[in-house]
Design a protein around this ligand. Structure first.
Ligand SMILES: N[C@@H](CCC(=O)N[C@@H](CS)C(=O)NCC(=O)O)C(=O)O
Length: 389
């Protein structure tokens, strides 16, 4: 284990930094966090990554890793002393990846709604936090000035991610249900799969920390409705396992590939509230591919640019959610299908049963026609996909 620290460029207010910070802390590796105002970030790192983007991990040898999932996999491949956060048994392995996908991509609407549509409660806090990413010692008025542009840019994402007057009641109802489901689970288990955090925990930690666990209005909601979930958020930010409520519990994943009933409730919620968006995204990418020839390795969007290949309008809880299609989500979905495809036929049997029981079968059956890969911090088209297993 290297003693030179890793550097995590991130910010307290950033959703995805929350995922990486928790992972780095639990890894036990020496690391330091730096704000994007750090001169190294503004000069070299920004230029190499191609745009303002958090978090970025810098390894002691100078390697830069951008993307929270790649940060996890990079550390696990380089640091043999770090305990893996990927459960080995089949049902837990697949469930953990599904929950990571949901945390990373499926809770963005909730996180953004409760941050940006409650500015009376959150506004000063956000201006202070966002402004001070660029000058940590700024007073509140200076911070407000520096935060104005970024706040306008970030809150401008709302319509494109499906937050409208029609969808807001669904966004809120889903979140209230999620609070209840997770609160029930964390009453009985300190982490999703027992005594130690998994990749699924890290995925959830993105939205459930910076936005939903820390911005004043949603932090109040979480404390009011889901105090065990709030304890999990605290626990995820400590170096130790932090499980005084579970004396004697070994810091291991649950034995026997167990998926507790409380976790099945979460998987059912993902099937109802997020799966329609995944299916719509796959259909839209396949539709786009039918009309556009792409070479393997071609950039999906020019470096430094963000965009969408089209729009989708998945129906969730009976309400259409028109939004820009996010092809990146399919890179995350692919991690689930890759792990599923790697399973031996006998191991697929209990996984198939779990997916059928929770309504998630389409996640491994319904597939995009091309792979999406990531190279040099951007997504590129991969090879045509083999037929579904
Ligand atoms: N999938 C990426 C997402 C990273 C991301 O969206 N980061 C946000 C901050 S939390 C960002 O840099 N946003 C800049 C922008 O939207 O302009 C990851 O896992 O790292």
């Amino acid at each position: 284990m290297s003693t030179t620290p890793y550097i995590l460029y991130g910010a307290p207010v950033s959703l995805y930094t929350g995922k990486s910070r928790a992972f780095m802390r639990k890894s036990g590796l020496p690391f330091r966090e730096r704000l994007p105002s750090d001169p190294r970030y503004t000069s070299e790192i920004l230029a190499k990554i191609g745009r303002f983007w958090l978090p970025v991990l810098e390894a002691p040898d100078g390697t830069l890793v951008q993307d929270t999932t790649e940060i996890v996999d990079f550390i696990e491949s380089r640091e043999p002393d770090v305990l893996t956060c990927y459960p080995a048994s089949p049902r837990q392995a697949i469930a953990a990846l599904i929950i990571e996908l949901y945390g990373d991509e499926g809770l963005v609407r909730q996180a953004m709604h409760y941050r940006w549509n409650f500015l009376e409660e959150n506004g000063r806090f956000l201006a202070g936090n966002i402004g001070r990413m660029f000058n940590a010692q700024a007073d509140i008025e200076e911070a407000r000035v520096m935060a104005a542009g970024p706040m306008q840019h970030l809150s401008g994402y709302l319509p494109g991610i499906g937050i409208t007057t029609e969808t807001i009641p669904v966004v809120e109802a889903q979140y209230m249900d999620l609070l209840a489901v997770l609160d029930e689970h964390f009453l009985r288990h300190p982490y999703l799969f027992g005594g130690r955090p998994s990749i699924g925990d890290y995925g959830l930690m993105g939205p459930l920390y910076a936005h939903l666990g820390r911005d004043p209005y949603p932090a109040f909601l979480m404390a009011r409705h889901a105090d065990r979930l709030q304890r999990w958020v605290e626990r995820m930010n400590t170096i130790e396992v932090d499980t005084p409520e579970f004396p004697g519990l070994a810091p291991d994943f649950l034995a026997g590939d167990e998926i507790p009933e409380t976790l099945k409730a979460l998987l059912r919620l993902i099937a109802r509230d997020y799966l329609p968006e995944v299916v719509a995204t796959i259909d839209a990418v396949n539709g786009w591919l039918a009309g556009n020839a792409v070479d393997e390795g071609a950039l999906i969007f020019p470096r430094g640019k963000r965009g969408s290949l089209g729009s989708i309008a998945p129906v969730i809880r009976g309400v259409a959610h028109p939004q820009a299609m996010r092809h990146y989500a399919l890179w995350m979905v692919q991690r689930v299908t890759d792990a599923y495809d790697r399973l031996a036929p006998a191991a697929r049997i209990p996984v198939d049963a779990l997916l059928a029981e929770t309504g998630l079968e389409a996640l491994v059956r319904h597939r995009a026609h091309r792979r999406i890969e990531r190279r040099d911090y951007v997504e590129v088209w991969g090879p045509a996909l083999a037929k579904a297993a």
